[in-house]
Design a protein around this ligand. Sequence first.
Ligand SMILES: Cc1cc2nc3c(=O)[nH]c(=O)nc-3n(C[C@H](O)[C@H](O)[C@H](O)COP(=O)(O)O)c2cc1C
Length: 135
Amino acid sequence: MNGIIIYWSETGNTESMALRISDDTKFEAKRVEDVNVLDVLKYDNIVLGCPAMGAEELEETTFRPFFDKLLEKVDNQKLFLFGSWGWGGGEYMSLWEDEVKNSGKNLGCKGICGNGDASSFDEDEYDAFLNAINN
Ligand SMILES: Cc1cc2nc3c(=O)[nH]c(=O)nc-3n(C[C@H](O)[C@H](O)[C@H](O)COP(=O)(O)O)c2cc1C
């Protein structure tokens, strides 16, 4: 089982989630600014983190272009989504999940998100997220 965590974070909430998931999966966590798509495609499990930005959107300058390119090129790999939100109740996560599903690519499981840092995850949902990654 191999995998990598790629994330964007401005104020540290999504980063704290990335580091928690890294602790629990032993996958390396890297900032999206520090990777390229071709390197990421070498992993079977690709765990992606981005907070809600814009109006229920992915961060548009760095993360969105990376994600668009990744989604176009990804094949049999499984994608897992996580991130932080402030006021939208996680609506952006549903939109993000739909985008992966509608592309026909593999969404490993329901995305996980919370209002704040890694301690804002629903713990049952977080367990299910980790189990899906490990299966
Ligand atoms: C420019 C901007 C746009 C945002 N848009 C949304 C949004 O549409 N919905 C929402 O729930 N939170 C929104 N937020 C709140 C962030 O998602 C929230 O603060 C999050 O915890 C930031 O994650 P980070 O610490 O990893 O950068 C926005 C924050 C900023 C700065």
